[in-house]
Design a protein around this ligand. Sequence first.
Ligand code: PLP
Length: 348
Amino acid sequence: MTTPWRPRDDYRNLKVYRTEAGPVEIDLSDNTSLFGSAPSALAEIAAFAHQRPARYPSAGTGPLREGLADWLGVRPENVVGGCGSNDVLDASMRALGEPGWRLAFPAPTFVMTPHFAAANSLRPIGVPVLADGAADVDGLLATGAELIYLASPNNPSGKAASADAIDRLLERAPRLVILDEAYVEFAGGSRVLDAVASGRAVVTRTFSKVWGLAGLRVGYAVGAPALIEEIEKARGPYKVNALAERASAAAVRHDRQWLAGVVRDVREAREELRGRLASIGYSSFGSDANFIAVSVPDAPGAAAALARGGIAVRAFPNAPVLGDLLRITVAPAPICDRLVAAFRELPR
Ligand SMILES: *Cc1c(COP(=O)(O)O)cnc(C)c1O
């Protein structure tokens, strides 16, 4: 049957995002936290039953914007929230990318980046990462692309770009830098202040990883006020729902010490896990995040074998530069014990 409509040409080959089917006992596939959720957020969620869901959340400067500004040392006009950092990434490209412009991104990186670029009529250009898994910042600049996306730490390697490289990017990028700091709490060295000062960079961050609040869907962008206003325009109103707004604002106000503890525990567990896997012959890339990328001969086969044992990980077959790898979320010790035991049973 022919239909009178069709999707836009520059977008029609995109696929709907789906994660692997079926419940698993231990899910180490998506880098959400296994170290608990921000306690003040949980308290707000419990209390929300007594609030009034008939009202819209705040449209402009809400408690979340103010809480984030206070935490990050910027002003509320430097911050805009969204339905996950996915939302602010998408809105940034829509607001600031002229249709047909190029968006350069590290290959491999966050899968949604080339998707959102194409969905917003940009032309995504992958630039192979460096051998250690960090983005090749000079390679990104060399494309001359109008928009440059950099995830630091990068996904799936976990490796952050060097401070010097990010300095060069902020200095030399022709128009706009989108700096994705979804995992920056684990690495330190956020560039939100530099982004605000430069006026040509937007930093995106999230409550989905270190805060343990992926289900609430809250992310945010930080940058110069004029840039943030354009992103807010493209995003549209009320993308952070009232429950998510209250809970994430409470977390950022009250749970900073808690966050520091999670970061410490994750880093310790990460290096321990890398060491144990290395001792049984599995090398991994150096990581500055809450996940590691483990080199394996056959990523889909290894992921399937681990899944049969109740452990989900993300397989990257033949990733550019990095080869076959499994991306695995760092977990507390009892789960890592089971993971290492399962690795011992993998066919070699
Ligand atoms: C997980 C992740 C995000 C987070 O997306 P949300 O929409 O905030 O859940 C963003 N960027 C990267 C690189 C990620 O890995």
